[in-house]
Write a protein that binds this ligand. Structure first.
Ligand code: NAP
Length: 256
């Protein structure tokens, strides 16, 4: 069955679009009629995503661009390039770029703590700021920013002192952005994935997966496409009265 076309004529940028959840979001947005800019620090994987979009969604123009979301200049260049190419800024933005650098609290180096905050939290700030400024300056009347937090930002996780802090920060950032940007017609919401199959979780040891899976009510890890479904809802007018919220996409992990 063909996907409903809820994002026709919309331009979206997806950071981390070269892999896992970001790639699934790019594919889903394109299938709903959006033009998609795949933005990733890994340019090769961004182009692989573009290849999938160009093959399967020929009706719209898509683009792949390299970006390091932790660097203001790089994010500025990304948004400028999108504007010069499409003659408009994106009205939909998903901040899926993220990293882990796991270690127990007592062994975590300052460098590894900073690295994760720089990408996950500061990167979300820089992209949210650049996209919203461009959208407001261009007079875009309807926007949706979807940030990617994590369930562990709410409940914490052993070995992820840096990551859980960064993701808790993303939730607070999103609620504040929602308050400041509602007057411009820009909605901001945060998704909180649980335990999703992706290159990021491929690194998780088997014994940890074995311990976590019974805690998931759905009894299995989630799929990137299941997170993309929720991002599509938040990007589309189906959620036009929703802003400033966090939505768990976690199969019931940690609710008990
Ligand atoms: P992934 O497969 O590792 O994808 C993340 C992508 O972001 C990679 O392509 C990565 O490039 C890119 N990236 C990393 N640092 C970047 C930077 N500074 N600038 C631009 N791009 C950068 O991970 P995923 O599982 O899809 O995760 C996507 C998001 O969901 C992340 O924010 C993650 O924290 C969040 N999340 C994931 C899960 C899960 O279970 N998978 C759960 C909760 C939240 P490289 O390949 O070069 O690193």
């Amino acid at each position: 069955m063909a996907a409903p076309c809820r994002l026709i004529l919309r331009l979206a940028v997806v950071s981390g679009g070269g892999s896992g959840i970001g790639r699934a979001v790019c594919q889903r947005f394109a299938s709903e009629g959006a033009s998609v800019v795949v933005a990733d620090r890994n340019e090769e994987s961004a182009h692989e995503t573009l290849e999938l979009l160009s093959r399967n969604h020929k009706g719209q123009e898509h683009m792949a661009l390299g970006v390091d979301v932790s660097l203001k200049d790089s994010v500025g260049r990304l948004v400028n390039t999108i504007q010069s190419h499409f003659f408009q800024p994106p009205s939909i933005c998903v901040t899926a770029a993220g990293i882990t650098q796991d270690e127990f609290l007592m062994n975590m180096t300052e460098e590894d703590f900073d690295k994760v905050i720089q990408v996950n939290l500061k990167g979300t700030f820089l992209l949210t700021q650049a996209v919203s400024k461009a959208a407001v300056a261009a007079g875009i009347s309807k926007g949706s920013i979807i940030t990617v937090g994590s369930i562990v930002g709410k409940v914490g996780n052993v070995g992820q002192i840096n990551y859980s802090a960064s993701k808790a920060g993303v939730e607070g950032l999103t609620r504040t952005a929602a308050k400041e940007l509602s007057r411009y017609g820009i909605r901001c919401n945060c998704i909180l994935p649980g335990f999703i199959e992706s290159p990021m979780t491929d690194k998780v040891p088997e014994k940890v997966i074995y311990k976590i899976t019974p805690l998931i009510l759905m009894g299995r890890m989630g799929k990137p496409a299941e997170v993309a479904d929720v991002c599509t809802f938040l990007a589309s007018d189906d959620s036009q009265y929703i802003t400033g919220v966090s939505i768990e996409v976690a199969g019931g992990l940690f609710i008990g």
